[in-house]
Design a binder for this molecule. Structure first.
Ligand SMILES: NC(=O)c1ccc[n+]([C@@H]2O[C@H](COP(=O)([O-])OP(=O)(O)OC[C@H]3O[C@@H](n4cnc5c(N)ncnc54)[C@H](O)[C@@H]3O)[C@@H](O)[C@H]2O)c1
Length: 396
C-alpha cells in the first residue's frame, strides 16, 4: 500500500485523516508541532475536552487496531525537517514501531497551517505569524517535492473563503475568460475577507507556480467550514476523538452554536445573518481527501475541487440549532449582534461543487437529527465549557 504523509496530523482534520487512511491499509506518517494545542492553552480558548498527545493517540490506535501511525513532532517551517521526511536523513520519530517506510511518500496531505481568520486578525503579530507560517510550510513542501520526489502528489487544503462572495457563480477553481476577441483559462478571481484566507490564496498561487515550472502534481481542495467530531474510526475508542473548539477563534460555526445552545448562551448571529457559505461534515472531508488521493493530478496539473456538500445562511444554521436544542429540552435563543467582521450580510452565492460528486462522494447532510447527535457529545462535556471563551469581540 502506498505511503501517505500527513502534515498537521494532530489537528482537527489531520488526526481523523490519519486514522482513516491507516484503517484502509495505507502506511501513514504524521507530523505536527502542536501549534494548535499551544495557542489554545496560551489564549485560554475553549476546548471541549482534553486530548491525549499525538504519540499517545498513535499508541492507542495501535493497541486497538494493530495499525501503526508513525509520529514526527517538529516545525515544518524548518526546511531541513521537511526534506528529511523525503530523504530519511536525520529524521527522528517520536513514535514508530518498525524502520522508516522505504522511499518517498506517494502522497502528501498538507493541513499544517494556522487556520483561523479571527486569530490572523487579532494584531500585526498574529497576522505576521499566519502569513509566514502558512507560506513557508507550503514553500518548504514545494521545494522538497521539486528537489527530492517529483512523483509525489500534493493534496493541499484550500478554502472556499479564497473566492469571497462575488456577484457571479463561483466555478471550481478555474474560469474561461474572453477578452478583446481572445480567450484563456485562469484561476477563478479570489478576494478573501481575512489575512488567513489571503495566505490560502497565496498558497494556491505558489503551488500553481510549481505545477507550471516544475511539473508538480497538485490537488487543491477548496473546503467550506467543517462540522462534527465522530468518524467511523473515532468510535473505536473515545480517546481517539478529534479536537473540539467552541470559541470564537478556533471553533467553526456549527460546533460553536451547539456549545452555546447547551449552556444557554444566545446564538451569536453576526449582523443580519444572511451570510451564505458551503458546509460539510468531517466524515465527508475524509471521503473527499481519499477520492483526491485515488485520482491524482497529472504532472503540471493543478486540480481544484470545491469541497462543500450544501449551503446555509447563518440564520438557517441558527434556526436548525434552535430546533435541535428545543427537541432536547433546551431553551435556545438567537441574538443578532453587531458584525465584528467586514463582510456582506446579504449577497448572491452560487458555487459549483460537482467535481467531488462526480468522483463518487456520498454526502452526509446537516439535519436536525445529525445536530442532535452532536448535541449529545457536547452535553456530555458541558461542565468544561467556559462561557468567557465564547465571544471576545475580535474585530476587523
Ligand atoms: N476546519 C475547517 O473547517 C477548514 C475549512 C477549510 C479549510 N481548512 C484547512 O484545512 C487545514 C486543516 O485545518 P484544521 O481545522 O484541521 O486546523 P488545525 O489547526 O486543527 O490543524 C492544523 C495542524 O497543523 C499544525 N501546524 C500548524 N503549523 C505547523 C507547522 N509550522 N509545523 C507543524 N505543524 C503545524 C497545527 O499544530 C495543527 O495541529 C488548514 O490548512 C485549514 O486552512 C479547514
Amino acid at each position: 500500500m502506498s505511503h501517505v504523509l500527513i502534515l498537521g496530523g494532530d489537528g482537527y482534520l489531520g488526526w481523523p485523516t490519519a486514522m482513516y487512511f491507516s484503517a484502509r491499509g495505507y502506511k501513514v506518517t504524521v507530523v505536527d508541532n502542536y501549534f494548535r494545542r499551544h495557542v489554545c492553552d496560551e489564549l485560554d480558548v475553549g476546548m471541549l475536552y482534553s486530548l491525549p498527545t499525538l504519540v499517545e493517540r498513535a499508541k492507542i490506535w495501535y493497541e486497538k487496531t494493530g495499525h501503526e501511525i508513525k509520529v514526527v513532532i517538529g516545525d515544518l517551517t524548518d526546511p531541513e525537517l521537511m526534506r528529511s521526511l523525503f530523504t530519511g536523513d536525520k529524521l527522528r520519530y517520536q513514535w514508530s514501531i518498525g524502520e522508516r517506510f522505504s522511499g518517498s511518500p506517494e502522497t502528501v496531505i498538507h493541513y499544517a497551517e494556522q487556520p483561523s481568520a479571527p486569530y490572523s486578525l487579532m494584531n500585526y503579530k498574529t497576522a505576521n505569524f499566519t502569513l509566514s507560517n502558512n507560506l513557508i510550510v507550503t514553500n518548504n513542501l514545494m521545494f522538497a517535492v521539486k528537489d527530492l520526489s517529483r512523483d509525489t502528489h500534493i493534496i493541499k487544503l484550500g478554502t472556499m473563503g479564497e473566492y469571497g462572495t462575488p456577484n457571479i457563480d463561483i466555478e471550481e477553481g478555474w474560469i474561461d475568460i474572453k477578452h478583446k476577441g481572445r480567450e484563456d483559462k485562469f484561476l477563478f478571481p479570489r478576494q478573501s475577507g481575512s489575512i488567513y484566507h489571503t495566505s490560502k490564496i497565496m498558497d494556491t498561487d505558489l503551488l500553481w507556480f510549481g505545477c507550471r515550472v516544475w511539473n508538480l502534481k497538485v490537488t487543491d481542495l477548496m473546503q467550506g467550514p467543517v462540522y462534527g467530531v465522530e468518524t467511523e474510526e473515532s468510535k473505536i475508542d473515545s480517546r481517539l476523538k478529534t479536537i473540539f473548539n467552541y470559541d470564537e477563534l478556533f471553533g467553526t460555526i456549527v460546533n460553536r452554536f451547539i456549545a452555546q445552545a447547551v449552556i444557554g448562551y444566545p446564538l451569536t448571529v453576526y449582523g443580519k445573518g444572511g451570510q451564505t457559505r458551503g458546509y460539510l461534515n468531517i466524515k465527508d472531508t475524509l471521503q473527499c481527501v481519499h477520492l483526491a488521493e485515488k485520482n491524482p493530478a497529472k504532472p503540471k496539473e493543478l486540480k481544484i475541487y470545491n469541497q462543500i456538500m450544501e449551503t446555509f445562511t447563518v440564520n438557517e444554521l441558527a434556526k436548525l440549532t434552535e430546533q435541535a436544542g428545543q427537541d432536547l429540552g433546551y431553551n435556545v435563543t438567537i441574538k443578532n449582534i453587531e458584525n465584528p467582521r467586514v463582510e456582506l450580510e446579504e449577497h448572491y452565492y452560487n458555487p459549483s461543487y460537482k467535481g467531488m460528486q462526480e468522483l463518487g462522494v456520498k454526502p452526509h447532510y446537516l439535519t436536525k437529527d445529525s445536530m442532535i447527535e452532536m448535541f449529545k457529545l457536547v452535553i456530555e462535556h458541558k461542565h468544561q465549557i467556559k462561557e468567557e471563551a465564547i465571544f471576545r469581540g475580535i474585530k476587523w
